[in-house]
Design a protein around this ligand. Structure first.
Ligand SMILES: Cc1cc2nc3c(=O)[nH]c(=O)nc-3n(C[C@H](O)[C@H](O)[C@H](O)COP(=O)(O)OP(=O)(O)OC[C@H]3O[C@@H](n4cnc5c(N)ncnc54)[C@H](O)[C@@H]3O)c2cc1C
Length: 389
């Protein structure tokens, strides 16, 4: 297999050496996989030829963007890893229709740095990993924006080029099928995404109170057109952030006169403090960060559950995406959280993907739909085995 792939990608662009494979044994999930080969293709044609070969030999393939998946989406045993990092070119900028066409490994920061002089941007910007997360990875996971009005990555996709599990290259008419499919149906090799004029947060305010008081404020904030984002921090997270021992909301506004913090340097200082919460929690042994979507009607019950079980919780309250945190000694809480989200008519992962870590909680209807699509696009079942299904 290695020699055949070398014929396609050239010497030095495929490896089975232990030291090269080491990095692909992990992603950001803390889980492990043991791949057999890694290849670094540079073109769609190379990927198509590799997929044809893999299909012929029933050799499993896992696509990797930057490997920041927190759900183990890029890990598996005895597979070929397709590392897309050489496919990192911005191909076309169309300022008439406000779109950009990119290769999959272009990062969000890379494209937005390029676009900054045109006063447009790609608005799905992860809080912490914009410089690393690839646009291919973000679309494959259908990442939500922390700013609810921007929706999810899929809302910005105009067209895709895909290589499926048989090596066929095409521009799917059923684009949504490939969005959020976490690399189990095909490799996204090119994307055209819409752009929008950035809305900057110009001011922000802290609000403190009991969870019930903060939830009652949410109703007003959600209908306020000037509100950009509403973040929730329970008492534990507020303390870690140095805010005192009461739960807090952080609200950002598009207008300078709406929030209490108007000085831009101070606003950035708050934003970067919030971005550190993930690692502060990890340092405090809160290692598992769940991310269910909880509808607003069920939010009070969800927060009560976290408080009763002493699980720190923070999240994008306006979007209903909550990170309840669990110590690794008590993984059983993950099951309870996902079951509760289901009971409250939510979804197991609102943000970071299902991957391998949370696949047992994938709702039945989604499983059936993906299984049917997989039979069509990946009949040999070689694409990202063990992920999602
Ligand atoms: C500190 C931290 C913060 C994070 N914050 C957020 C957040 O705020 N919001 C959020 O939604 N997520 C967040 N994530 C997780 C999120 O999964 C990634 O940041 C991002 O979506 C994945 O980008 P990536 O390029 O690293 O993809 P990878 O991790 O490499 O891949 C993710 C999945 O997509 C598949 N894939 C990747 N590229 C392609 C492609 N071209 N074609 C087909 N399949 C592909 C992979 O097989 C895998 O299943 C965070 C992760 C960390 C570690």
């Amino acid at each position: 297999m290695k020699e055949k792939i070398e014929d396609i990608v050239g010497a030095g662009n495929v490896s089975d050496k232990e030291q090269d494979l080491l990095v692909y044994q992990r992603d950001s999930s803390g889980l492990e996989g043991h791949p057999r080969l890694v290849a670094w293709p540079a073109t769609t044609d190379e990927i198509a030829r590799i997929m044809k070969l893999a299909n012929l030999r029933s050799f499993p393939v896992v696509v990797r963007g930057s490997g920041t998946s927190v759900a183990g989406g890029t890990l598996a045993d005895d597979v070929l890893i397709l590392d897309l990092s050489r496919m990192n070119k911005v191909l076309r900028l169309n300022m008439t229709e406000h779109s950009v066409t990119v290769q999959p490994a272009v990062t969000v920061r890379q494209v937005n740095t390029l676009l900054s002089s045109y006063d447009v941007h790609f608005p799905i910007i992860p809080h912490t990993f914009a410089g690393v997360s690839t646009i291919g990875g973000i679309v494959s996971r259908n990442m939500p924006s922390p700013v609810p009005r921007y929706g999810r990555a899929g809302d910005w996709v105009m067209s895709l080029e895909v290589v499926d599990g048989t090596g066929k290259v095409f521009n799917p008419s059923k684009v949504p099928l490939f969005i959020g499919s976490e690399g189990i149906l095909g490799v996204i090799t090119q994307l055209t995404v819409k752009l929008v004029k950035p809305i900057a947060s110009l001011s922000g305010s802290w609000k403190e109170g009991t969870p019930e008081e903060l939830l009652s404020l949410l109703g007003e904030l959600k209908v306020d057109q000037d509100v950009v984002t509403v973040e929730f921090f329970d008492a534990y997270c507020s303390q870690l952030l140095g805010l005192g021992d009461k739960p807090h909301l952080w609200v950002e506004y598009v207008f300078l006169d709406k929030g209490d913090i108007k000085e831009q340097q101070e606003l950035y200082a708050v934003q970067s403090r919030l971005a550190r919460l993930f690692s502060l929690l990890k340092q405090n042994k809160q290692t598992i960060h769940t991310d269910p979507f909880v509808p607003v009607e069920g939010m009070a019950e969800f927060l009560r559950f976290c408080r009763k079980n002493e699980l720190p919780v923070y999240g994008h309250l306006a979007a209903g995406i909550m990170h309840a945190c669990i110590r690794k000694e008590h993984p059983e809480y993950a099951k309870r959280i996902y079951k509760l989200a289901q009971k409250l008519h939510g979804y197991p992962s609102g943000e970071c993907g299902i991957g391998r870590a949370w696949k047992e909680y994938l709702p039945h209807a989604a499983k059936e739909e993906l299984t049917a699509s997989k039979k069509f696009y990946d009949p040999s079942g070689i694409m990202n085995p063990g992920c999602l299904l």
